[in-house]
Ligand binder design. Structure first.
Ligand SMILES: Nc1ncnc2c1ncn2[C@@H]1O[C@H](COP(=O)(O)OP(=O)(O)OP(=O)(O)O)[C@@H](O)[C@H]1O
Length: 262
């Protein structure tokens, strides 16, 4: 079951995607669309290719077949200049934050601003401070180095950097992995607030069932090299597939559902 169809409201459209490492095929004939303003959660068993899919969409893993359209543009057919324009319209939070360890949080957030926008230092600093605050970090966190932050703070710092250029799409790779349940729930809340206040589209790879319930408008399940089901969680969880049944209706899936209902 997928509810893809044609929709001019799609900001990401992946069609017939094939990715591989030498002879090892990760995705084959994969279709997926992401609608403007939604939070789409991508789930699937370990090694099903969630991260590789995200990397294929953001230009870090060239597909061997298929198309990736972002904002209506064919990303892999675009010129370098066109690609640069597209890339400035998204932000990425990699697992672990991927911050520069030798830079402070503020300098990390300023890095994309300085690289892409020709702004005076003072203005870049003010923008960085705003993004740090939007990500729920105290002002003084800007002066700290990544190693001096807790895991949850590092995620927020990574998010501040992902928001640096006022993106329309944010890609999140397992944003709540490694956070305690309270920290994870707060991060979920932050993502939903940012989506609502900024109109962000969010593409999120996650294993976290509570996050899926708390944040996602739709869920895409990766299995058998493609998107096996995509739609609202209540519909996807009814799909008759062993992994989907195990994942959503196993003990942890039932607990997440009960938590949501409480
Ligand atoms: N650089 C690489 N070279 C070779 N194989 C790779 C590379 N990156 C990923 N793979 C393989 O591609 C497959 C999909 O990897 P990917 O990291 O996307 O899985 P995933 O669904 O995100 O897994 P997990 O939930 O465990 O993080 C895996 O079998 C992995 O070993």
């Amino acid at each position: 079951m997928t509810d893809e169809g044609q929709d001019s409201n799609h900001v990401i459209e992946v069609k017939g995607l094939k990715t591989q490492f030498d002879d090892f095929v990760v995705h084959e004939d994969l279709d997926l669309s992401v609608r403007a303003g939604e939070i789409l959660g991508v789930v699937g068993g370990s090694g099903t290719g969630k991260s590789v899919l995200m990397r294929a969409i953001i230009g870090l893993k060239r597909p061997s077949a298929g198309t990736v359209r972002i904002f209506g543009e064919d990303y892999y057919q675009a010129s370098d200049k066109e690609r640069e324009v597209i890339e400035q319209r998204w932000g990425v939070l990699f697992q672990g934050g991927a911050l520069f360890s030798s830079l402070t949080v503020a300098q990390n957030v300023m890095a994309p601003i300085k690289e892409h926008l020709n702004l005076p230092d003072e203005l870049a600093k003010d923008i960085a401070a705003l993004k740090i605050s939007m990500s729920g970090l105290p002002e003084e966190a800007g002066a700290r180095y990544p190693a001096e932050l807790s895991g949850g703070m590092r995620k927020r710092a990574g998010l501040a950097r992902a928001l640096a250029l006022d993106p329309e799409i944010v890609f999140l790779d397992e944003p709540t992995a490694g956070l305690d349940p309270i920290g994870a729930a707060k991060f979920d809340e932050l993502i939903v607030n940012l989506k609502e206040s900024l109109g962000l589209t969010v593409f999120m790879v996650t294993h976290d069932l509570d996050t899926l319930h708390a944040t996602c408008d739709r869920v895409a399940v990766l299995a058998e090299k493609r998107v096996l089901a995509c739609g609202p969680l209540e519909e996807v969880r009814k799909t008759d597939h062993p992994w989907i049944q195990e994942y959503f209706s196993g003990p942890r899936g039932r607990a997440a559902l009960a938590f949501k209902a409480s």
